[in-house]
Ligand binder design. Structure first.
Ligand code: 4NP
Length: 186
């Protein structure tokens, strides 16, 4: 079977790395890389175990406040509540090579997305390969512009709310990007 080109968000398939026919690499990004993006990474890993067209999955923060730290215990507890018990991560800051390594960099909120866009705009002037597609992860959840609210200082059930979003957005990404060939074939 000839693998078709994936096109996301009206992007140009000749110039955009999101329109690849090779295994896809995905980076999840929030501010601290201890609450939301590691949760997103763990849920996405769990839901894509059977997918053949996934390469690298990782998460990072736009800030370095927690670099070197493990995920917040509340993130680990929610993952465990939902049966994800084997996830390990060490927080790190987003780095320039992420913009060439990953096809998709998925932000948790508009602030993260704006920071990522500024970094990409700066990088791409020096390295035209810094072509990662930047999107809100919530784009794949069916409600345009849906953000994952930072639960770090937030309401008590913030981590449970975030978990539901991670699962819904991950399923949307799998359907809309990873399995888009199968949809086209039917
Ligand atoms: P995250 O949450 O971006 O979802 O990892 C945060 C964790 C820590 C801080 C901010 C957000 N902080 O400022 O320490």
């Amino acid at each position: 079977m000839t693998q078709s080109v994936r096109e996301v968000n009206g992007s140009n398939p000749t110039s955009n790395p999101a329109t690849v026919s090779e295994p896809i690499s995905v980076l999840f990004v929030c501010l601290g890389n201890i609450c939301r993006s590691p949760m997103a990474e763990a849920v996405f890993r769990s839901l894509t175990q059977a997918q053949k067209n996934i390469a690298v999955i990782d998460s990072a923060g736009t800030g370095a406040y927690h670099a070197g730290d493990p995920p917040d215990p509340r993130t680990m507890n929610i993952l465990e509540d939902h049966g994800i018990v084997n996830y390990e991560h060490v927080a790190r800051k987003v780095r320039p090579s992420d913009f060439t390594t990953f096809h998709y960099i998925l932000a948790m909120d508009e602030g993260n997305l704006s920071d990522l866009q500024s970094t990409k705009d700066r990088l791409i002037r020096k390295d035209p390969r810094a072509m990662a597609t930047l999107m809100l992860f919530g784009h794949f959840g069916g409600n345009p512009g849906e953000e994952v609210v930072d639960p770090y200082y937030g309401v008590k059930n913030g981590f449970e709310v975030a978990y539901e979003q991670m699962a819904r957005f991950s399923k949307g990404f799998i359907t809309q990007v990873l399995n888009s060939d199968k949809e086209e074939a039917t």
